[in-house]
Design a protein around this ligand. Structure first.
Ligand code: 8X3
Length: 247
C-alpha cells in the first residue's frame, strides 16, 4: 500500500509546494486547507493529490479528516502564518489569538488526531513548519515569534515524549521565504508593504526550496531523525542581517 502524507495549509505557498513534491516522491497526498477551489485545481493537475476541506482551528474539521483516513505515514503541520507587525505595546489581541490558534493549536489538533495512525504506520514522520521566528525574537514580531516559539517548544517536547515509538519528529525552520501570501497576509492585503520585505534581496528562498528540504527529511531512512533544519537564503546571515542591493 502507498504511503499517505497529510499536508495542511496546502492551498498555497510552502504547503502547496510540499503537496506537489511529496506526490512526486510517490506519496498519496491528502492536501488540506480552507480554500477548496484552489485545492481542487491542485488535485486536478497533480496525480496523487486528494483535496480535503480543512480548518485547523476547528476540532470537528480535524476529526473528520482523521476519520476519513485509512492510514497516515507523514503529517506536515504547515498551516499558520503571521498577522501584523505592530510592536507588543500596540499588538492586536485578536491577531495574537488567531496566530496562536492556527500555528500552535492547529498543529496540536492535527498531531493529536493523527498520532495513532503515525504510530501504526511503523515509520511515521511528523513535520512541524516553524520558522526562524521560533528561535529568535525581532521587533514587530511579538505575536508571531511568541506563537512560533511555542510551536518549537511543542515540537521538542513531542520528540522527547515519543522516543522509543516509531515516529520521527522533524522541525523545519525557514527564514526569508518569498511565498505567495505570507507577507501579504501579514500586512493585511497591502501588496506594496509586502513587497518591501523582499526589496533588493537577491534571491529569497522559494516555497519549492522549503518543500525540497521537507522531502529530504521525510525520505531519510527510518532511523535518521533530522531534529531541526534551519534554512535561509544565502543573503540572510541572521534574522537582522540581510544583504540587499539597491536599484
Ligand atoms: C517567516 C520568517 O523572518 O518573517 O517565518 O519571521 S520571518
Amino acid at each position: 500500500m502507498k504511503r499517505t502524507a497529510v499536508v495542511t495549509g496546502a492551498s498555497s505557498g510552502i504547503g502547496e509546494a510540499t503537496a506537489r513534491r511529496l506526490a512526486a516522491e510517490g506519496y498519496d497526498v491528502v492536501a488540506g486547507a480552507r480554500r477548496r477551489d484552489r485545492l481542487d485545481e491542485l488535485a486536478a493537475e497533480t496525480p496523487g493529490i486528494r483535496a480535503v476541506t480543512l480548518d485547523v482551528t476547528s476540532q470537528e474539521s480535524v476529526d473528520a479528516l482523521a476519520a476519513s483516513l485509512d492510514r497516515c505515514d507523514v503529517l506536515v503541520n504547515n498551516a499558520g502564518g503571521a498577522l501584523g507587525l505592530e510592536p507588543v505595546a500596540g499588538g492586536r489581541l485578536d491577531d495574537w489569538q488567531r496566530m496562536y490558534d492556527t500555528n500552535v493549536l492547529g498543529s496540536l489538533r492535527l498531531t493529536q488526531a493523527l498520532l495513532p495512525k503515525l504510530v501504526d504506520s511503523g515509520d511515521g514522520v511528523l513535520v512541524m513548519l516553524t520558522s526562524t521566528a521560533g528561535l529568535v525574537s525581532y521587533e514587530g514580531g511579538g505575536g508571531y515569534c511568541a506563537a512560533k516559539h511555542a510551536q518549537t517548544s511543542m515540537t521538542e517536547t513531542l520528540r522527547l515524549e515519543l522516543v522509543g515509538q516509531p515516529v520521527r519528529v522533524v522541525e523545519i525552520a525557514p527564514g526569508m521565504v518569498k511565498s505567495e501570501g505570507f507577507a501579504v497576509t501579514r500586512f493585511r492585503g497591502d501588496e506594496a508593504a509586502a513587497a518591501k520585505v523582499y526589496e533588493g534581496v537577491p534571491d529569497p528562498l522559494s516555497a519549492d526550496d522549503v518543500a525540497d528540504a521537507i522531502a529530504w527529511c521525510v525520505t531519510r531512512p527510518a532511523h535518521v531523525n533530522v531534529d531541526r533544519l534551519v534554512i535561509r537564503p544565502r543573503a540572510q546571515a541572521a534574522q537582522h542581517k540581510v544583504h540587499r542591493v539597491s536599484g
